[in-house]
Design a protein around this ligand. Structure first.
Ligand code: TEU
Ligand code: CA
Length: 558
């Protein structure tokens, strides 16, 4: 018998919406909250339980809403608080929960706390942020920001630098200051009281910094790596336990921490089964572009990941978390390229089969699965013809630093890196149908629509019973009806194969065998030959003894 503690969020499938790119309702070219409300019936049909909404708060949009200027108001482009309340009620009426993105490692530099903070050294808000004196007339440390350049910005008014691990319009909050923590907990309570169902916590692993602020090892020849001093820092667990006592434990909500730099050992603490911190965390080990394939510079690469590497990482997390902490499962999100282009094969011939194969491998694992908008009908990466096609501050800054300023990479190579892993691949508008602008907007979209929308779109998927959409629908419904998929233990199979991903789940004397062919050629596989049981799902109608066909995936319960 399996003694895993049950919880609704362990049994749920989450769907991530990046509202800016989801559905525009008023023709200004920008997705909005009323657009989300319009599409709730579509999501109900897909069968998901929870929507994770990327940030919708007031923001000057330096980083598309991850730079918040007012936590208790809605971004003008997305609508009003009334629109939000209507969307929340309409989602709840359909049995769909709403999880908010909580961005509290940093605010916008246009937040009133920072506007005050930068005024003078004795302003009451000064210590809400991290201010340091110059060191020998330069930056306090050599740290690089995640969006290129230094992580420190000099402020003329007071002659000090402030820390920004992301853009200079995203100053880091000083979590050492109890007033900051109180203000954050108050704000979270306010949203919980409104009736939201949880939080996805942006870079929550970075809120506690090593207080001695040492230099980092050079990572691109120019700047030092801050991660060892800011990821999983000395007080991060103490802060999260305090947040849990003061807010989270008082509501029946789900929480998922985006834990940049998290190891499996650290994750056991963040997402411990005693529930003293968070429900689960996202790790980056299988999506970190620099460690799964050779890079051009920093995170930028043109190479695909290797199956053996990705499988090794995922299997390690499955087995290590067993009985100790709950996991999260994802192939892509708004910071990653499209799953089918990166891990599968987005050619016309193999696109659908490989998208279904990837979905099978992920959704049959233990943990809570996340689907990123458009993934459920096989949206693919974009092709960036020039830097003018790019909207993401990370791409624009990297291009400026590596191509224009330091000439470390040529323009063509950089653009091919963007085609491979740029965040904008995920941010092109959702392709709803084959009409102009893919049915996303009647105006001019804020970012180009992928030209393949005439072929790949939700309407076409809904009209085809064999589509990727209905395959996802089936995977979701299987999770809801088959407890072994949620709570069964995990055991890797064929760990030495170069071409297959196989594993078993086990519970109450039953076994679920899952195997997938990751290649476009048939491969030998005898796992199913003597298995008598029920086939829960497969992306092929007929099977061959001793063989898995190209990108074939099968799941047998026995
Ligand atoms: O991302 C943080 C993060 O560590 C990455 O996924 C980041 O985008 C990547 O390292 C860049 O190479 C979160 C949000 O998901 C992202 O959209 C924000 O830009 C970032 O925090 C800052 O808020
Ligand atoms: Ca709009």
């Amino acid at each position: 018998m399996n003694n895993e503690k049950h919880a609704w969020w362990k049994e749920a499938v989450i769907y991530q919406i990046y509202p800016r790119s989801f559905q525009d309702s008023n023709g200004d070219g920008i997705g909005d909250l009323n657009g989300v409300t319009m599409r709730l019936d579509y999501l109900k049909k897909l069968g998901i339980d929870v929507i994770w909404l990327s940030p919708v708060y007031k923001s000057p949009n330096d980083d598309n809403g991850y730079d918040i200027s007012d936590y208790r108001d809605i971004m003008t482009e997305f609508g009003t608080m009334e629109d939000f309340d209507r969307m929340l009620a309409a989602a709840h009426a359909r049995g769909i929960k709403i999880v908010m993105d909580l961005v509290v490692n940093h605010t916008s530099d246009e937040h009133k706390w920072f506007i005050e903070s930068r005024k003078s050294k004795d302003n009451p808000y000064r210590d809400y942020y991290i201010w340091k004196d110059p060191r020998d007339g330069h930056e306090p440390t050599n740290w690089g920001s995640n969006f290129s350049g230094s992580a420190w910005k000099f402020d003329e008014t007071t002659g000090q630098y402030y820390l920004h691990l992301f853009s200079e319009k995203q100053p880091d909050l000083n979590w050492e200051n109890p007033k900051v923590r109180d203000a954050v907990y108050d704000m979270m309570t306010w949203w919980c009281d409104k009736g939201i169902d949880g939080f996805r916590m942006d870079v929550i692993s970075m809120i506690s910094k090593v207080q001695s602020y040492p230099d980092g090892e050079l990572f691109d020849g120019v700047y030092g790596n801050a991660n060892p001093y800011v990821c999983n820092g000395p007080r991060v667990h103490e802060f999260l336990q305090e947040m849990n006592r003061r807010v989270l434990s008082r509501y029946d909500i789900m929480t998922v921490g985006e834990a940049a730099g998290v190891t499996v050992e650290e994750a056991k603490r963040y997402a411990n089964n005693e529930g003293t911190e968070l429900g689960m965390v996202f790790h980056f080990e299988h999506t970190d572009g620099s460690s799964n394939s050779e890079s051009v510079i920093g995170k930028w690469t043109v190479n695909p990941p290797r199956l053996t590497y990705v499988r090794g990482i995922l299997n390690k997390w499955q087995t290590e978390l067993e009985g100790k902490a709950w996991g999260s499962l994802y192939w892509d999100n708004h910071d990653q390229p499209r799953a089918v282009s990166r891990f599968g094969n987005d050619s016309k011939e193999w696109r659908e089969l490989s998208a279904k194969m990837l979905a099978t491998v992920l959704h049959m694992q233990k943990g809570t699965p996340y689907i990123y908008q458009g993934e459920e009908f096989g949206m693919t990466n974009m092709h960036f013809e020039s830097i003018d096609d790019c909207r993401d501050i990370e791409e624009i800054n990297a291009y400026q630093q590596y191509v224009t300023d330091h000439k470390l990479v040529d323009a063509e190579t950089m653009l091919r890196c963007f085609d491979t892993i740029a965040r904008d691949n995920a941010r092109t508008p959702v392709q709803w149908d084959a009409s102009a602008n893919a049915g996303f907007t009647t105006g001019t979209p804020w970012i180009k629509v992928n030209p393949n929308y005439t072929e790949i779109n939700a309407e076409a998927a809904l009209a085809d019973p064999n589509s990727v959409f209905y395959y996802y629908q089936k995977l979701i419904s299987l999770r809801h009806t088959t407890p072994i998929i949620v709570y069964g233990t995990f055991r890797p199979l064929l760990p030495d194969s170069e071409v297959l991903y196989a594993y078993e789940r086990e519970m109450d004397g039953k076994v679920l065998t899952v195997a997938a062919n990751w290649t476009d050629r048939e491969q030998e596989c005898t796992l199913f030959d003597d298995l008598e049981g029920e086939e829960l799902i497969s992306n092929y109608d007929s099977h061959r003894t001793g063989i898995l066909q190209p990108y074939e995936a099968r799941v047998i319960l026995h």
